[in-house]
Design a protein around this ligand. Structure first.
Ligand SMILES: [Zn+2]
Length: 539
């Protein structure tokens, strides 16, 4: 997951770690419990707990009449137990829980096992995804008229799904704007006079990276350099979405404008080298419904289960996965009359590859089945060590990101009211589709959730409200090897888990303010054009 702004990728020992392959992970595809067949999303699930245990004789209050409170029933200890399990799974499986490696398969088994113990009938939905991993550090260097080489991560990154290869060739500037964002490489006319076999130098902006690369390729480019737009810090942390036939790298605006000047003067020649492996791999989602509640009004509560290959992914996103599991284990203690709507828990696979699992799930639903989903909650990173408590901007008050489907504002308010009641500060997260709610939003399903911040930097005002260090990243171990147990702020996690439990219970009882409790097939208000696809920018 996520956080505002441009990503800065941690580097260890001069090597670009974000997408580097770990030896153990590559050889093995995700293991899935064989006994569990892939199941369609409409399938039913299972009994929860028996009856809540009666109050102890010495209980002072008539506890039997008090409404069970899921936020109290779910303890931090419950969540910590799951966090430790995910840490141990990573430690013994190559240091990560990324799809394509063993750590993910074992995580799936763990969740399935716990759910069965709690009385659910979990379903494992398998899917394939286009696997892509960088194998060695990329190269971006100026060969003529003068020599210079650029630093990976600080100066440039390989775009996800870049082709692999090595090119030394003249560089041609492609409709570079003199200021602002521009449409460099978005139109075929931009490539008039482009010499086949050259490297296309383009600026990020307006259209998707995938579009720029396709047009460059059609014009005969041997490689593509897409530098950042003015005002954006660092290199382009982007994706071309589908495997490109040519190397694609994304330098910072600073490096890019240097290259643009050199190209204008003429005689600029560069070397671009990328080294990545790709192929089809399989991964899975785990989905479990409460037996109780109306099947025609489903409250979907999701979190991604996979980590990046660089580390164990404890804050990102064992925290969300563990919170869900702990809530699922206790939801059977609610009274039957309190679970009027069916609750569907979902652990998504391959979020870190670009929301692959949740996208697959939403696509696998027929329109009528989609119409039964009242809302989708998403929890991705709940305990950032220098974090804030950010609620997805469902009412679009921040005016950034995509316009949320109607009902999303009510979800935001449910979270805000809950935390306000506990005198806990709340900030706003842009509704930008950077995590697994995106595919639901694309189909017009209201969504909401909370997150505590990734590579974005804490402001002075936030430090005043939450404590912590201003000017530093919310999570300095975002997508890095150090995203371990120690990387979690347990106090922040604890209160956020309460929020997860509260919202789940609230919507299990009623979704009235979100959808009028009516089954409907949503029509997206406007074409959904997210800026992100999971951890990667698409344009
Ligand atoms: Zn995440």
């Amino acid at each position: 997951m996520i956080g505002p702004g441009q990503s800065s990728v941690p580097v260890s020992a001069g090597v670009h770690v974000r997408k580097l392959l770990t030896g153990a992970a590559v050889a093995l595809s995700a293991a899935v419990p064989g006994a569990l067949a892939a199941v369609g999303p409409g399938a039913q699930a299972a009994p929860s707990r028996p009856v809540p245990s009666p109050p102890t004789p010495r209980a002072p209050a008539p506890a039997a009449q008090a409404r069970p409170d899921l936020a109290k029933l779910v303890t931090l200890k419950d969540v910590q137990r799951h966090l430790s399990a995910f840490q141990e799974i990573a430690d013994y499986n190559g240091g990560n829980r990324a799809v394509g490696g063993q750590g993910f398969g074992v995580s799936v088994r763990y969740v399935v096992g716990r759910l069965k113990k709690a009385g659910f009938k979990p379903r494992v939905q398998r899917f394939t995804f286009p696997y892509w991993r960088e194998r060695s550090a990329p190269v971006l260097a100026r060969v003529a008229p003068s020599k210079a080489s650029y630093k990976v991560a600080a100066d440039f990154l390989t775009l996800a799904y870049s082709g692999a290869g090595q090119v030394t060739a003249p560089v041609a500037a492609v409709d570079l704007p003199s200021s602002g964002e521009g449409t460099s490489g978005c139109e075929s006319g931009d490539f008039a006079g482009f010499r086949k076999g050259s490297i296309a130098l383009m600026q990020r902006g307006t259209c998707a990276f995938a579009t720029k690369v396709a047009k460059a390729r059609a014009a005969g480019a041997a490689a593509a350099i897409i530098f950042n737009k003015p005002g954006e810090k660092g290199p382009v942390n982007g994706t071309v979405e589908r495997l490109a036939p040519i190397p694609v790298v994304g330098p910072s605006y600073q490096v890019g404008s240097e290259l643009a000047k050199a190209a204008k003067r003429g005689g600029l020649k560069m070397r671009v080298k990328t080294d990545a492996v790709h192929g089809k791999r399989s991964a899975s989602n785990v989905v479990a419904d409460t037996r109780r509640g109306r099947a025609g009004n489903v409250v979907l509560v999701g979190a991604h289960l996979d980590s990046v290959p660089a580390g164990p992914g404890i804050n990102d996103n064992a925290t969300g996965a563990a919170a869900l599991l702990a809530v699922a284990e206790k939801i059977g203690k609610l009274r039957g009359t309190d679970v009027r709507n069916r609750v569907r828990f979902a652990w998504w696979g391959a979020e870190e590859e670009g929301l692959v699992g949740s996208t697959h799930y939403v696509r696998s639903l027929r329109a009528a089945e989609r119409g039964r989903i009242a809302l989708a909650l998403n929890f991705d990173m709940l305990g950032s060590p220098n974090g804030t408590r950010a609620v997805y901007d469902g009412d679009h008050s921040g005016r950034v990101g995509t316009a949320p489907p109607a009902g999303s504002g009510a979800i935001e308010k449910v979270f805000r009211d809950y935390f306000a009641g506990r005198h806990l500060p709340v900030t706003q997260a842009p509704f930008d589709g950077r995590s697994d709610y995106g595919p639901f939003v694309a189909k017009g399903i209201p969504a909401g959730g909370i997150e505590t911040g990734a590579e974005g930097v804490k402001t002075a005002a936030e430090a005043k409200a939450y404590g912590g260090r201003p000017g530093k990243a919310y999570d300095p171990c975002y997508h890095a090897r150090c995203d371990r147990m120690k990387n979690v702020d347990l106090k922040l996690l604890d209160t956020n888990v309460d929020g997860v439990a509260y919202a789940t219970q609230r919507f299990a009882a009623s979704t009235l303010p979100v959808n009028g409790e009516a089954r409907f097939v949503a029509v997206p208000a406007a074409p959904y054009r997210p800026e992100w696809q999971g951890p990667y920018l698409v344009r």
